[in-house]
Design a protein. Structure first.
Length: 94
């Protein structure tokens, strides 16, 4: 099953600093198997640096905020995106 979700906006947070930025995946389409998609984003670097752990990583919480396909807000997809939280450690400078 292939799912076209349109332009998807994600919120990026850390436990220490709260919301540190957002990211967008344009024309997001999910297909069976691996889905590797490019994303662009804006991050508040001072908040990221304030969230650094001792090992030099930042644990980011990524959750869905919006999905727009052909000008229509896809509220049924947004509901699913909000429920799914992705936690990802990143090294400083990556």
């Amino acid at each position: 099953m292939t799912i076209a979700m349109g332009n998807v906006t994600l919120t990026i947070s850390t436990a220490k600093s709260g919301v540190v930025g957002n990211s967008t995946i344009n024309d997001m389409t999910l297909v069976p198997g691996n889905n590797t998609l490019p994303m662009t984003g804006i991050l508040d670097q001072p908040k990221i640096l304030a969230s650094l752990q001792k090992d030099g990583t930042v644990e980011m919480l990524i959750t869905g905020k919006d999905a727009i396909y052909n000008g229509q807000h896809l509220v049924y997809y947004v509901g699913s995106l909000i429920l799914y939280w992705l936690t990802r450690p990143e090294r400083e400078g990556k």
